[in-house]
Design a protein around this ligand. Structure first.
Ligand SMILES: [Zn+2]
Length: 423
């Protein structure tokens, strides 16, 4: 059943309100830029649900706060309730009071996108649809392919042909039908929308499908619960379409409305310099519906988006929380991969390491100040893009030694490796 506390949709751009059975995707008046919020009766929810009643150790822990709340529709893969890891050495070196890493690379297909795909697949099962389609630079597609495989729904996926081969392989392994588009993510997106309308396939597209935001908001729920129902001062999220950022904002908003947290953190969105459309809009005070199409050039393929589909919600998230957008270069993103891994043990893909590069940039610009507490969303595993990982340590290498102990002793001495005490 649909969550009885879910009341209506509201357009993030024009604020028009729609009945739950009146729309499926975006605002009929605003078109694609008018992505929808799913709205709840918070007063009634506050009376009906308490944080100490939550049970499942997955994203479905928050079923009373999600649009589909009936367990029969949930895909069986374990999504969410990912660890929140403290990074005290990094925090100290940066002068922060605390730095937490919300490790969503631990989801079943290796990225935070599993939360959105699980939510969409739950909705698809409720609607009894047979095919789900999406466009993706890789992670959302893998998440959809995996969730569909877990319940036996067909996934048809439009992917830019230049997406990393490992990401495409993951889709094929899950049995999805993959259409490699000779174009950008934006081209793939347009085709998937057309396919959905033409063939009556349920469309998972990020932002366009309001259930994606509802799935992703569970990361913010978990983050706050793992901090004993407190929000950090700042949450930093890398941004392509803006839907993860929007999802976190919605999660904090829900908890704040319920009185489970006492404030919403400042949200900082990080974009790659070659695909920085939201940074530009934020700097120049542009409205979401006035944004021109921008660049898509970055090695961080997961955050390459010329016209971010959830731009209305992403700009609102930053503006309403007194946050900021920052841009980082591809060189800074690459450098962040080993820096984050060596300081915390977390191996992130480029789009995710961008959040760490963005933290460094925000500290440099005074957007984040010393003594603050900061959380980074670890959105995707480094194993997703080994090519970029290899590039990030180019110039480094192992040390070739002979098979004799003398050769080993010589190398240990030459490298200055510490000699331990007996134990
Ligand atoms: Zn609208």
């Amino acid at each position: 059943m649909t969550n009885p506390f879910l009341t209506h949709y509201q357009c993030a751009l024009c604020n028009r309100v729609y009945a739950l059975d009146a729309v499926t995707y975006t605002c009929p008046i605003c078109g694609a830029v008018g992505t929808l919020d799913m709205c709840y009766d918070y007063a009634a929810l506050r009376r009906a649900v308490r944080p100490d009643q939550l049970s499942a150790l997955s994203m479905w822990r928050y079923a009373p706060l999600l649009p589909v709340s009936e367990p029969a529709y949930f895909p069986p893969l374990h999504v969410g309730w990912t660890p929140l890891i403290a990074a005290p050495r990094l925090a100290k070196s940066l002068g922060l009071r605390a730095l937490w890493l919300k490790d969503d690379s631990r989801n079943p297909t290796g990225s935070l996108k599993d939360r959105a795909s699980a939510m969409v697949v739950a909705r698809a099962q409720q609607l009894d649809v047979k095919v789900i389609t999406t466009a993706s630079t890789g992670n959302a597609a893998a998440a959809l392919a995996g969730m569909c495989a877990s319940v036996g729904i067909k996934a048809v996926i439009f992917v830019p042909a230049k997406a990393p081969p490992a990401k495409i392989a993951q889709l094929l392994v899950y049995g999805a039908t993959v259409l490699l588009v000779d174009g950008t993510y934006d081209d793939a997106y347009a085709l998937s929308v057309q396919a959905s309308a033409t063939y009556n396939w349920y469309c998972r597209n990020t932002g366009m499908n309001p259930y994606t935001t509802e799935g992703k908001k569970t990361a913010a729920f978990e983050l706050c619960e793992q901090l004993a129902w407190r929000a950090p001062d700042v949450l930093i999220v890398s941004v392509g379409d803006g839907n993860i950022l929007a999802g976190q904002h919605k999660g904090f908003h829900d908890l704040h409305q319920l009185g489970w947290i006492d404030r919403v953190p400042r949200l900082i969105g990080v974009q790659a310099a070659g695909s920085d459309n939201l940074v530009r809009a934020w700097e120049s005070g542009l409205a979401a519906d006035a944004m021109p199409r921008g660049g898509t050039e970055t090695l961080a393929d997961s955050i390459s988006a010329g016209l971010p589909s959830d731009r209305a919600k992403a700009l609102r998230a930053v503006r309403q929380t007194n946050g900021a957008f920052v841009r980082v270069s591809d060189a800074e993103i690459l450098a962040a991969i080993p820096a984050l891994a060596r300081g915390s043990g977390i191996f992130a893909e480029p789009a995710c390491a961008a959040a760490y590069a963005g933290l460094l940039k925000a500290l440099e610009c005074g957007i984040v100040r010393e003594g603050e507490s900061v959380a980074l969303l670890i959105t995707g595993s480094g194993l997703k893009d080994i090519g970029s990982a290899m590039q990030s340590v180019a110039g480094e290498g192992g040390y070739t030694i002979g098979r004799d102990p003398e050769s080993m002793h010589e190398a240990v001495a030459r490298l200055g490796l510490p000699i331990g005490a007996p134990f």
